[in-house]
Design a protein. Structure first.
Length: 178
């Protein structure tokens, strides 16, 4: 009797594992052969699900950002403190893997010009999703400013060994909540 495979579930399993592989090894140093080996699948099986490393990378970006987007924004009638607390919960979740993602972004964009980065579909996708996420907590008007503060805060926490406290970050964001 032939083995019944849920192709969608298997594809998702490959993507979730590939996220960890990209975070561990970067983008530029990986080829489909090494990805297949790291994922424990044959190269032909990997090509069955993904036409290229870039298509697998795109699926990983969508997977990671969808996890973060699963956090529901507070209702617009929630008070400021509740909205700030909810936003910080999302950012604390992101903070757990931010260093690896920062390394991956730096590796992925190495050698690109500013214009190439601005027009890169992956970078545009990530920025739009996170701007929309932040807007759900602080409102559309201040979303870009809050987004930049949050990125700077996450980077600062990497550079200073997590010295910047969540309370300080919260105080920087407080005036931006509509």
């Amino acid at each position: 009797m032939p083995k019944i495979i849920d192709h969608q579930a298997h594809r998702q399993l490959i993507v979730s594992k590939a996220c960890h592989v990209f975070l561990a090894h970067g983008y530029s140093q990986l080829g489909m052969r090494q990805l297949a080996k790291e994922l424990g699948v044959s190269k032909s099986a990997l090509y069955h699900y993904f036409a290229s490393k870039e298509s697998l990378f795109t699926a990983c970006i969508e997977y990671i950002t969808s996890e973060d987007m699963a956090f529901s924004p507070c209702p617009s009638n929630a008070n400021h403190e509740a909205r700030l607390d909810a936003l910080l919960e999302v950012i604390q979740h992101i903070d757990e893997r931010f260093r690896g993602e920062l390394n991956l972004v730096m590796d992925f964009t190495r050698g690109m010009t500013a214009e190439q980065i601005q027009h890169n579909q992956h970078m545009k996708l990530v920025e739009k999703k996170y701007l929309d996420l932040v807007a759900g907590y602080v409102g559309e008007t201040n979303a870009r400013q809050a987004y930049v503060i949050l990125l700077g805060s996450l980077l600062g926490r990497v550079l200073n060994g997590n010295e910047t406290s969540w309370q300080i970050i919260k105080s920087w964001l407080r005036p931006l909540v509509e």
